[in-house]
Design a protein around this ligand. Structure first.
Ligand code: SF4
Ligand code: SF4
Length: 320
């Protein structure tokens, strides 16, 4: 886990969000995630460092422009039919010069460095809305705890300013990091992806023991938690896994859980995979028909509620 106290690498800052925590919020999306979920719809958030996405369709042509090729110090730009085609990621040193030189948004920068002061200035612009709506700030990603020192700096400053803080993380981190973060966090949002560690590793790239231990730790400390299950057909929606999830939540998380949110699988972000030169592992998996799957998610949330678990379909339900 890398981190810098005062400088963060940020994918996006979104104002007026209402899905990731209570009320109206400003959400800071940090770059970097320790998991590699097969169904990830935000591939630009995986790597911790800034990177370039390539969009050849809008390239105006090397004969008219070629600023990217001229700007690149390592000959990493690959071309085809008079247009940019891709970036050789082995040669690229992430200097971002090509994207800065491009006049036509054919090269897009994912991730920019910002100081804590710059971020706080944006956060404070909407303070009035947080107060009125009982909202605040959510640090998300990627995973907020990959750049945990920067996250800590922001939430400490928010706490000093009386702003509600929410941290969204996969919790695949060391206990010491949680100990630093917990005192300044009003609400955690995390995921439960699979109860079987072998399958968890197969679907996300990491086993689940550390994540489950950290969830238990939050519960032992009485830390408020919103838990999400991304329900992915044929991956984690078997009756056995649903029952194992129910058992775990009832036995180990009752002290913390404010809401369980069940999220339908959607194959989003495919264009970004292409732009980043990554392959989408679930490209051949047909997403289920929206109406059918939404009904399934609703039924599942009813099922969880029968066990006394405060479950909701999606993230739009008001906080219980
Ligand atoms: S980021 Fe820098 S090294 Fe990478 S392709 Fe662009 S100009 Fe070349
Ligand atoms: S700088 Fe942009 S528009 Fe110009 S050739 Fe390169 S990708 Fe195309």
């Amino acid at each position: 886990m890398a981190g810098n106290t005062n400088i963060g690498t940020i994918i996006n800052i979104q104002k007026f969000t209402v899905h990731d925590g209570p009320g109206i919020r400003t959400e800071i999306f940090l770059k970097g995630c320790p998991l590699r979920c097969l169904w990830c719809s935000n591939p630009e958030s995986i790597r911790p460092e800034p990177e370039i996405g390539v969009y050849p369709k809008s390239c105006i042509g090397l004969d008219k422009c070629s600023w990217c090729v001229r700007a690149c110090p390592t000959q990493a730009i690959e071309t085809e039919n008079n247009k940019i085609k891709s970036i050789n990621r082995e040669k690229c040193i992430s200097c971002l010069a090509c994207a800065k030189a491009c006049p036509n948004d054919s090269l897009k920068i994912f991730g920019r460095k910002m100081s804590a002061e710059e971020v706080m200035k944006i956060i404070y612009e909407d303070r009035h809305f947080y107060n009125k709506s009982k909202g605040g700030v959510t640090i998300s990603g990627g995973d907020a705890l990959v750049q945990w020192q920067f996250t800590l700096e922001i939430i400490k400053r928010c706490r000093r300013g009386g702003i509600h803080t929410c941290v969204e993380s996969e919790l695949y981190c060391n206990r010491q990091i949680l100990d630093e973060i917990i005192p300044y966090t009003d609400l955690f949002i995390s995921d439960l992806k699979h109860m079987n560690s072998v399958l968890h590793k197969k679907f996300t790239g990491v086993p689940n023991e550390k994540i489950l231990e950290n969830l238990r730790y939050l519960a032992e400390r009485g830390v408020a938690l919103v838990l999400r299950i991304p329900v992915v057909p044929g991956h984690n929606d078997s009756p056995e896994n649903i029952q194992a999830s129910i058992d775990f939540i009832r036995k180990d998380l009752h002290n913390s859980l404010r809401q369980l949110q069940l999220l339908p699988y959607r194959s989003l972000g495919l264009e970004k995979y292409d732009a980043l030169g990554l392959s989408y592992p679930m490209r051949d998996v047909e997403p289920p028909r929206r109406e059918e799957y939404e009904a399934r998610i609703k039924n599942l949330s009813e099922h969880f509620r029968q066990y006394g678990i405060p479950a909701a379909a999606g993230t739009t339900v008001p906080f219980l």
